[in-house]
Unconditional design. Structure first.
Lengths: 371, 371
């Protein structure tokens, strides 16, 4: 026998970082179900069911709802690359890592990008969007992050959606860290393109990107003059596989679809509203505890799914994370950008959002910080 | 409890189509190991091990060896989009679906594409490549499919590699249906960019694309004048995550990496040479049996991993596939392109390449075809 490396032996973590979150045993069991072919009738039925479950979680009737075969960032790229043709104008709201990323993706897709900026940790004001739309009346798409994972800011969308549609543009929303944990209403809020990841509030391993496109977004794709720059993410072909034609495009990540389907079943068994309420309650409990330890939240409007707090002056934040990981098996996240070395990002997403996890983390922090 | 859909209940297939192949229980068990964070020291160690195992399976010392977070076609797109800048000349060898796809991908990436064509089922002749290189002396990349899954043709590469390098171009090879089942020698054959899929001869579920890039390919990427058009697949950023810097790019498909690592361990425990010999022996056994049933192979040089045979005149090929699936749980593939409705594609890949599967399929075909 050739020497390779040891058998897999993984620690059992408690995932309270910016994602992935803890995966329920039912989802891991589904992931390990026997692989079947991507055109097997049994698999096509699973795709249909997954699509139906995704529509319910996105709160949409959009026909064009699917799981893109990549992680959340592939969902971002799929939305942008399909909606944008070289020379199109796109406004991108930037108040953290993921808005910055969206502007970069749009630039690479050939868009003429207008940034609508806010300080990291703050949300984008409707007035700023209105001003950008006035300055650039040919704007085709406005992109915005609902749940900015780098700062914990929770972006209100309804007023901005009204402005975007009044200007005749399409609204593209990043719901990576909100879908399945905070309220996301694709149809009510008139979101034209929305993407998420599986590994946040859906508590499925990373590897797929749920995406939904409104009829207006699909019409924009259908009226393109040029081919989509990405073959892999071309929705005009993907829809023929997810639709009744079942035209082979690429080999779907079969087992990941099993896992996503099971994760969505769990979300809907709990119910979206009770699930959102659970995230609110556990966030409130954590917040009260963190503030009683003297920790300060960075965003004015915090997500319930991700808690970004400043590390106290004089504390080696990396050492605290290391102790949490080594002594408790708890993962929390570091700060990014201007908050690098200065903040912690504590996720309470999906299966990780429990009273048990909140109270354990608070107890551990109290000991480590000697408060 | 909200109504969703039934718990997962999958049939146990025998996967003898063009992929996925049967996944060993050890790989499914690894897939279902607890999810950890994509920056967890335990996961980073697994990435390093996976990279080392990939190098051994690719038979390369290339530093830039990784698993792209998408299926095989994402591997194709990753190689092309990183190597090609708008206006670059690329020669693409086309003798089936996957060469056709590579030409489409290259066109979308902005390449000026020269097709080197051969009839479907035949291989590309070195003379045709030499002629294309002579006609287009500024050719930067030559793309070719080692194992054309749509026709079963097995492409020799050594002579073509010599021509490509004599002309100062880079050689890009699709090894989706050969890696881990047929001989693939990245360094010996001087392949500059090579991609594969996990779900063929590696017998891991679909979802990742092993990719390796030679130092010359990396140098070409480093000397680009424009940004890579895909953010998600940009190797200059991916290498910072796979390398020692560990800069966050996107959330890796953690559990899929566990599975790929285990699948590669199994490949190397068997040994590449014995494994290739097993694929040859089972192919010879199947071939003798199919020919004794009066079936004819379509390609002159057949792969051992995929057997493309003409369906007999007057036989409803789809009905035969349906009976195999329903009565035996055996999946085989349909013909594509000019062979649609006229051929079967029988995979003997990885864990599916066994005497038991060969003899069962032959017995079933004998009964169904009444031979």
């Amino acid at each position: 026998m050739t020497e390779t490396c040891d058998p897999l032996d993984l620690p059992q973590r408690i995932l309270m970082g910016p994602g992935p979150s803890d995966v329920p045993p039912r989802v891991l069991a589904a992931l390990a179900a026997p692989t079947v072919g991507h055109l097997d009738p049994a698999y096509l039925r699973i795709m249909d069911q997954t699509r139906d479950l995704l529509r319910r979680v996105f709160r949409t009737a959009n026909e064009m709802t699917l799981a893109v075969s990549g992680t959340g960032s592939a969902g971002m790229e799929a939305c942008v690359v399909n909606l944008i043709e070289p020379g199109d104008e796109m406004a991108v709201c930037v108040n953290g890592v993921f808005g910055t990323r969206m502007a970069d993706v749009a630039d690479r897709c050939g868009a003429s990008v207008h940034k609508v900026e806010a300080e990291w940790g703050r949300v984008i004001e409707p007035d700023a969007v209105a001003a950008a739309l006035k300055a650039h009346p040919r704007t085709k798409v406005v992109g915005i992050v609902h749940a900015e994972t780098s700062t914990g800011a929770h972006q209100p969308l309804e007023e901005i959606s009204r402005l975007v549609h009044d200007a005749g543009a399409l609204l593209l929303v990043d719901a990576v860290t909100s879908l399945g944990g905070a309220d996301v209403r694709v149809d009510d809020w008139r979101i034209d393109a929305c993407y998420s990841g599986t590994q946040k509030c859906l508590s499925c391993p990373p590897g797929l990107a749920p995406v939904t496109l409104s009829p207006a977004a699909v019409a924009a794709i259908e009226s393109r003059k040029s081919k989509v720059r990405s073959w892999y993410l071309d929705v005009s072909m993907l829809r023929q596989y997810w639709g009744q034609a079942r035209v082979y495009h690429h080999t779907a990540p079969v087992n990941m679809t099993y896992a996503l389907r099971e994760a969505l079943r769990i979300v809907l068994e709990e119910g979206l509203d009770p699930r959102i309420a659970r995230h609110q309650a556990n966030h409130a409990r954590l917040r009260a505890g963190l503030e009683s330890l003297g920790l300060r939240y960075i965003p004015a409007r915090s997500l319930t799914t991700l808690n970004c707090v400043a590390a106290p002056e004089g504390v080696d934040e990396a050492a605290v994370r290391r102790r949490l990981l080594e002594e408790y098996g708890i993962e929390i996240g570091a700060g990014l950008g201007p908050f690098k070395g200065k903040a912690w990002r504590i996720g309470l997403m999906g299966h990780s959002s429990t009273v048990r996890n909140v109270d354990l983390l608070l107890a551990a922090l109290r000991l480590i910080l000697k408060r």
